[in-house]
Design a protein. Sequence first.
Length: 522
Amino acid sequence: MQRLPVAASVLAALAQVLACSPPPAVHPRPELLADADAELLQGCYDCLLEARARYRRLAASAERPQLLARVFEADLLIALRDRELGLPPSDALAEARRISRELPRELEAERTLALVDAIPSNELGLPRRELRAFLAAHAAQLGSLDEQRAHLARSRLRAPVRDYVRLALDCAYPRTDGGALLPASAPAPAAQTSPLLGYRAAICGFGPNAALSAVRAREPRFVETSLFIANTEIARAAYDGPQRAKPHLAEALARFPTSPAITYLMGSYDLLVGDFREALQFYDRTLAVRPAHDQALLGRIICLGNLDRPQEAIEAATRLVALGTDSLGDAYYWRAHNSRAIGALGDARRDIAAAKDVIPTPDVLTLAGIIEHDQGDLDPAQADLTAAVDGNGRDCTARWYLALVHHRRKDWLVAAHAFEDAIACYRERASDSADRARALEARADLDPAYRASAAASLEASVAADTRQLHLAALSAASCASAGGDLASARALLELAAEDPALADRVTPLRDSLDKPRPDRRR
């Protein structure tokens, strides 16, 4: 009986120890962890969210350190995906930072977070100046990129996550060899790697879309591939047309409606096909999120001008000028263009002079020459228009206005030859547009909206150039007649007469050519 109190006290002490000790480790069921890991490797945005949700549930009821590392890795991938899609930051990085404090030191979580911080958002959704500043600042902070890659190589992250971060780093900060860019390091071919890594390798640059299509075939939920496929299609539109860019963009936008990268690209597509009202809406959506997005603002200016809203276009261009961005020359050009449209030639002249200082392209020189002609300042007009013709052999407008300059000087035969030069330009351009329209009819692979818009645009171009060709012929005939070259005037007049709309102007000139003229040699 004397031993009972001792036994009781021992049991009480043991109970207290057990109460203060952590419960024994509970290992997650292998099949549940394997399912979560498989979801992560499928790699789509929704796959990553689902993998993280599963890791979180397992971490709440199983061995916490092991599962927290899995949640951390999923957060890294989600944060990178947010940036690839140009999305506003989600909660992924914030959670990863909280978790990093509980992870083993050898995982070097903070250093890996610094690498993720250095990956920029999708350049389509950023002002170009902001993107350059971001890359320059983080490149300086990162130091030696080879050292950072070496850190990743020995990192305790799982290999797919480690490789994904490395691919993102290589794409954002391409390696060089004596100034030449080296391709980003890539994993094994798509058939031998996960959709996660196949996608990351394929979205770097404007590679062929076959790799992304293969990723989508393996994982139908990989909606974000549509954004990058559409981007490549639009970039190659001058050669291939935009193909199925519109449905690809519509799918990406439906899933990621807050991405300014997607809304900007939607605006770019609609501008490409000439749907200016729709493009304007998407540019405005982009600017609501990124007010300093210079390319979206430039697109907005072009749309407003094409919608016959020149005063609004001038206001938007003034805003772009104030930003002082890479688009400064374009801002001056379009403000000059719209100022001329409302008759403000003084403002237009100042802006086009500023544009010439920044981007003296043939288009800028042509508009400069037109404005100078309108003001009667013929010497600079002739100089700018001649330079525009020399810089762009297909600039028929520059040729037309150069002929008008000679006409205003009453250099009749020089003007006649200049108008004939414009005739040849308009004829060649109309013929080329007609050939392209016929080729377009055979392209069953093109986006229907683009094909319809492009066909209508080409038909309008043929009609406009043909009309202008006949006007140039009439003007050339008049100048040749004034200069005494009656044979050339008659031949040119026959060409002008092919346009019935010019009959009321052709007939009086023809009658004047048929009248006897005094012999000026006496």
